[in-house]
Design a protein. Structure first.
Length: 307
């Protein structure tokens, strides 16, 4: 596809592909095939690279499924004439992947950014019997009361100038690779986040994700958003861990408070010094916390500590 993948030292995985009507969805499938499943869904403008350290931590004991949404990462990037880039299609794609791999509905969901709306939309649509839930700087409900869309996102979502900046200058991916982190990362890591979006044609998803944010009743996906939000309570008994970067300029504490209201028994970890890319900023401490949460009282017998 003409894209330079990250060095194996950073992304030591085997690529898998699912054909979706002529479009290839890239995904990772790491770990024993009959181990408990962890489905990890990324947002915009990240891709499966975002979950690399969590996959490495879990793949001895769990089957880690990590897709790149169409238009993102190593997946195909069709133009708008061949893919509509709407929330309904995003959920359709996850349904297709889960069915293709014959995954159990009793799986663990790990969600970040747009992954929250897509993943919870999938869970509600399929009435999934989730095993566990990990939420990181994400949403699956309308903007909290008093919260306004940040001006930078409104520029991209609503203006021709914003669209031009994203497509021609890679503004969204480049800015995210600067302000998404609140702690130092290597040049290689930063380059890996930007790498898939190397041409205007390859940046369509980074634009369309923002344009597809459902804010009003006539927006595509707003009906899905409302329906998902209305049914989030059905997962209240699912063990839930919430990891939150408090320096996220989009998903601030108003979103965290909403999640805690929905899931009052959740295990909450608020990182005052971390930003939107919480898995990067949180480092090994956060990876170990999530790993322990997923593995506790798990029925997995795969692997041994220290292997």
């Amino acid at each position: 596809m003409g894209l330079v993948t990250p060095p194996k030292a950073l992304y030591p995985f085997s690529s898998q592909w699912l054909d979706l009507g002529g479009m290839r969805m890239h995904y990772l499938d790491e770990g024993p095939r009959d181990a408990p499943v962890v489905l990890m869904l990324h947002g915009n403008p990240t891709w499966s690279f975002y979950y690399r350290n969590l996959v490495l931590a879990l793949r001895r004991t769990h089957r880690c499924i990590v897709p790149d949404h169409i238009g993102c990462g190593l997946s195909d990037k069709p133009d708008a004439a061949h893919y509509d880039y709407h929330l309904s299609s995003r959920i359709d794609n996850i349904v297709s992947l889960v069915n293709h791999l014959h995954l159990p509905q009793a799986l663990t969901l790990v969600l970040h950014d747009w992954g929250g709306m897509i993943g919870m939309g999938w869970a509600v649509r399929t009435n999934a019997q989730l095993k566990k839930l990990v939420l990181m700087n994400t949403a699956a409900f309308p903007l909290p009361a008093g919260k306004r869309m940040p001006a930078a996102l409104s520029l991209v979502r609503n203006t021709a100038l914003g669209a031009w900046l994203v497509l021609q200058c890679n503004a969204f991916s480049r800015v995210a690779a600067r302000i998404g982190f609140r702690k130092a990362v290597s040049k290689q890591v930063r380059a890996a986040y930007i790498g898939p979006y190397d041409t205007p044609a390859n940046r369509i998803a980074t634009l369309r994700f923002v344009q597809d944010i459902p804010l009003e009743k006539n927006d595509p996906g707003f009906d899905i958003l409302l329906n998902t939000a209305e049914h989030l309570g059905q997962f209240r008994s699912v063990p839930c861990l919430i990891a939150w970067g408090a320096k996220d300029f989009v998903f601030d504490d108003s979103f965290l408070r909403k999640w805690v209201e929905l899931y009052p028994d959740a295990e909450v970890h608020r990182f005052a010094d971390c930003g939107h890319y919480i898995l990067e900023d949180g480092g090994p401490e956060l990876i170990d916390t999530i790993k322990a949460f997923i593995e506790i009282k798990d029925d997995s017998t795969y692997g041994q500590a220290g292997e």
